[in-house]
Write a protein that binds this ligand. Structure first.
Ligand code: GBH
Length: 502
């Protein structure tokens, strides 16, 4: 595997001098690990939990999730204490978790009953973390809307209903957990919820042309609902909870960085900015700038894109400065090419094609076990610069990581050289962004704490820094867990590396 990589132009990335040592990171820079409820909890019907759209989606016939489901997965629900102790032993300081909405409100709606057993689980989790001096960061929504709301009104497709139900759910979380949780995220990756859930259908609820949904308009309506629901909850938090609880709130946006497919073509060079605005600006501009959608989107999508009312824009303006950080999920970089033929009627890119290879046949970087996820740290640094220039907010890397090529092989599973190299180079990009570009990057969460249910790919790709045997549920830290522990340990102890931000 390595021999092949070393013959390519990016041998400096996949090089034998591994892993990256002596990383310079500020003393205050935070180290965390991230997970999501559906991917790790299991206990799908335990203690009164209701169904989410992922419980439904992962049981469809024929399967759309590699024949697998997360009914049990890591069974974190019943291994919670062990998992927190493991985090502690690996030097993890902060833990990004998500709450399963249908575990605490089984039917999901604003008039539906609360499940106290579900609340008790998150209370125990939060308390156990704090007893181990691990700071919780809580994501309210990581893709698992209650099935009850989907069957009642198609969830995000009904802005008014969804917004009201999400407000009640958020208020319940702030009320019950906000005395101890000081970092909140409303939604994980609205782009993915919109496009992958309601256009290509690879994620729940699986809307796509093949099942006859309105792919030309649904994703944009979903995005609109998410933006307004986020803003309402930010306003509610600021008014009702922040004064006494003193926490921070924001959203998490994902996005690749892009390079031109043919660097001699102006249209491909321009496509980089257009693709970033369609991917990140779609949510980032309304939420972090308090503005309308990017002009390039409005022009291309026309009536397919919902409009903000004057009241909506007022709300966005008022809430935009309350967002306390830019939550950034980032994994990889791709090439973009401006196509000139007639686009499909549900085209969501302004006819821009993404690829891993450019016009000269060069790859963007060595592939992980996912063809789209390649090791391309310079794109990560450029992405942080793009975000910083546009939004001027402190950045927290809320997810970053990869599965290794060939990781099903147990030897690679613990000797995960590819991942250690990847993590080191991506952390090095952060170091450069901080010290050379003057960007405020406050912390880093590796995706993921442990191998888990990877959505439509089931248990195929393993993203964990801890290996999970899904037969025995035994957890075994991989080399990368120790690599990160040492790297962040050095940040704390070696005073010579501590420098003030320029
Ligand atoms: C994150 O999403 C999720 O937050 C997390 O739950 C997940 O486990 C993790 O990443 C790893 O996947 O067809 O070329 O566009 C990342 C969003 C969605 C990005 C699927 C890549 C497919 C590649 N990903 N997408 S492509």
């Amino acid at each position: 595997m390595w021999a092949a990589a070393e013959q390519t132009p990016f041998s400096h990335l996949a090089g034998s001098e591994f892993p990256i040592k002596n990383l310079k990171l500020p003393k205050s820079f935070g180290y965390g690990a991230a997970t999501a409820a559906y991917q790790i909890e299991g206990a799908s019907t335990q203690d009164g939990k209701g169904k989410s759209i992922w419980d439904t989606f992962s049981h469809l016939e024929p399967s759309r999730t590699n024949g697998e489901n997360a009914d049990i997965t890591c069974d974190h629900y019943n291994h919670m204490e062990e998992d927190v102790q493991l985090m502690k032993s690996l030097g993890i300081e902060t833990y990004r978790l998500s709450i399963s909405w249908s575990r605490i409100i089984p039917l999901g709606g604003r008039d539906d009953p609360v499940n106290e057993a579900g609340i008790a689980f998150y209370n125990r989790l939060i308390d156990t973390l704090l007893e181990h001096s691990i700071t919780p960061s809580v994501t309210l929504y990581h893709w698992d809307v209650p099935e009850g709301l989907y069957s009642k009104y198609k969830a995000f497709l009904n802005t008014k209903e969804f917004r009201a139900d999400f407000e009640r759910y958020a208020r319940l979380c702030f009320t019950r957990f906000g005395d101890r949780v000081k970092s909140w995220v409303t939604f994980n990756e609205p782009y993915i919820i919109s496009i992958f859930g309601h256009l290509n259908g690879s994620l729940a609820p699986g809307h796509c042309a093949e099942v006859g949904t309105e792919t030309a308009t649904e994703p944009w309506l979903v995005g609109h609902t998410l933006i307004l629901s986020h803003a309402s909850v930010v306003q509610m938090y600021a008014r009702e909870f922040q004064p006494s609880q003193n926490g921070k709130i924001s959203i998490v946006l994902n996005g690749h960085f892009y390079e031109p497919y043919d660097e001699t073509k102006q249209t491909d060079i321009d496509a980089v900015q257009v693709r970033l605005e369609f991917y990140v600006g779609w949510f980032g501009d309304p939420i972090y700038l308090g503005k309308d959608y990017p002009a390039v989107m409005k022009e291309y999508l026309g009536a397919r894109l919902p409009s903000f009312t004057p009241d909506d824009l007022d709300l966005l303006k008022v809430t935009c400065p309350i967002n306390g950080f830019y939550g950034m999920n980032h994994y990889s970089t791709k090439f973009v090419r401006q196509l000139m033929d007639l686009p499909a009627k549900d085209d969501w890119t302004r006819n821009i094609e993404e690829s891993s290879t450019n016009s000269k046949g060069e790859e963007i970087g060595p592939a992980s076990s996912m063809p789209w996820l390649r090791l391309a740290p310079s794109g990560f640094r450029k992405m942080m610069n793009w975000i910083w220039d546009r939004y001027h907010l402190p950045i927290i890397i809320t997810e970053n990581g990869c599965p290794c090529p060939g990781e099903a092989d147990i030897k690679i599973a613990t000797d995960d050289h590819f991942r250690q190299r990847y993590l080191g180079l991506y952390l090095d990009a952060i170091s450069q962004a901080i010290y050379e570009d003057g960007i405020e990057v406050q912390g880093y969460y590796v995706w993921s704490l442990m191998d888990n249910f990877e959505w439509s790919s089931g248990f195929g790709p393993r993203y964990g820094i801890v290996h999970v045997d899904f037969q025995t549920l035994k957890r075994t830290p991989k080399g990368s867990a120790y690599y990160l522990q040492e790297t962040f340990q050095a940040r704390r102890n070696d005073q010579t590396r501590v420098e003030e931000r320029p």
